[in-house]
Design a protein around this ligand. Structure first.
Ligand code: ADP
Length: 397
């Protein structure tokens, strides 16, 4: 028996298969059909099995699902999938908990798609396809927005005309919630402060998308992503927060239309836009080391925005017990962690540079004397989703 976890993008489908207790990850992989000219690649593997295939005939999520199940069957892992957990980016205000997917839920998710046009539609296509292929399995949607459903009103409202909220539903939703929730729980465990209402955490999820959250006693107080995943920190290709007056200027004076703004802010900004090297932090680090001035500038801007966000979130919390780094950059870049922590001693956070350079998963990188802890936590979004799906199997037993 096993649990399949699916994370659908517009041109990628990530998957992971867990044992029935949602504890052991058996295999994981990514199917990527973005660059059609180079063929479609599928890389999967874990422990003993590792394989990359290319030039597959895939053009949509439905084909992708069929391929993944085909591959799992080939390596004898395709049988007995009892539950499928789907990462759904946007749950709107309706979905605040993992939800068993039925026709009514699919319809409601369709209605929310407008709020997340890049993310929810592919997830819905995937859900439809897998439900047809595996009708007996429990299909469970786990939402990136759910953790933030308890944000205080002062944190989720914007200082704009109140009717925007009432009439158009303009509010902060927050994203990366599965990761922030996991890191918050794991940090409490590592600090041996579970069920401590006073635990003050600032979690920095730094991957292609970046966000930071202030968590007090396990509940989010504030988070940087907003109505869309475009707000907040500078990201790989997304700008993060900028003066909204720039958009008005570009539209009124320079004739930009909404599509151009969307494309520029979501796909041509951030680390890529500033460095003109790449959106990939490894490549930017390399270019900066090779004295590329724009890559150095991009890193400086990226770091400064993280630092000022940590500062403001710590003030909201009234202090900070631990700073958490997670996701691709947060977990794997000692340079980034070191640069960010350079100015945080006034918050009582002092990085042990030796530990930082030789960091282990789920470890404390702060010096002994540091008043606050600095944790590196490997985010486990897939496992969170698998566990949520597993709870539905237990319920149905
Ligand atoms: P996603 O948001 O798509 O899940 P990830 O969490 O995998 O992305 O993060 C991707 C980012 O992590 C990329 O910018 C990548 O360059 C960066 N990254 C991964 N490994 C390293 C590393 N060893 N050093 C620096 N950056 C890294």
């Amino acid at each position: 028996m096993s649990i399949l976890v699916l994370n659908s993008g517009s041109s990628t489908l990530k998957f992971a298969l867990f044992d029935e207790l949602a504890e052991e990850e058996l295999v994981r992989g990514t199917l990527d059909w973005y660059s059609q000219s180079e063929g479609v690649t599928m890389a999967y593997g874990f422990q003993k099995i590792s394989k990359t295939e290319s030039r597959l005939d895939i053009s949509n999520n439905r084909d992708a699902v069929e391929w993944i199940l085909h591959v799992l069957a080939e390596i004898n892992l395709g049988k007995s999938i009892r539950a499928v957990g789907h990462r759904v980016v946007h749950g709107g205000t309706k979905f605040c908990q993992p939800t068993l997917i039925n026709e009514k839920v699919i319809q409601s998710l369709g209605e929310i798609s407008e709020l997340a046009p890049l993310h929810n539609p592919p997830a819905l296509t995937t859900i439809g396809a897998v439900k047809t292929i595996l009708p007996e399995a429990a299909h469970v949607a786990v939402f990136d927005t759910a953790f933030f459903s308890t944000l205080p009103r002062s944190a989720y409202l914007y200082p704009v005309p109140y009717e925007w909220y009432e009439q158009y539903g303009i509010r902060r939703f927050g994203f990366h919630g599965i990761s922030h929730e996991y890191c918050s729980t794991r940090a409490a465990e590592l600090l041996d402060r579970q069920n401590d209402d006073s635990l003050k955490l600032v979690i920095c999820h730094l991957g292609n998308g970046c966000s930071a959250t202030a968590v007090l006693g396990g509940s989010p107080l504030a988070t940087t992503m907003g109505f869309t995943p475009l707000e907040g920190l500078m990201m790989g290709t997304r700008s993060g927060s900028i003066d909204p007056g720039i958009l008005i200027y570009l539209m009124k004076q320079q004739g930009f239309n909404p599509e151009q703004l969307d494309q520029s802010l979501n796909h041509q900004s951030g680390l890529l836009g500033v460095s003109d090297v790449s959106s990939d932090f490894r490549q930017i680090e390399q270019a900066a080391q090779d004295k590329n001035e724009r890559a150095q500038l991009a890193i400086k801007m990226f770091v400064e925005r993280i630092q000022s966000t940590i500062g403001s979130l710590s003030v909201l919390l009234g202090g900070i017990d631990a700073l958490i780094f997670t996701a691709g950059i947060g977990e794997h870049s000692p340079l980034l962690r070191s640069s960010v922590c350079e100015k945080l001693s006034f918050l009582g956070l002092e990085l042990n540079e030796v530990k930082n350079q030789n960091a282990h998963t789920d470890s404390d990188l702060a010096t002994k004397q540091s008043a606050g802890r600095i944790l590196l936590i490997q985010t486990r979004e897939e496992q969170m989703i698998a566990r949520a799906a597993q709870r539905f199997i237990m319920k149905s037993k």
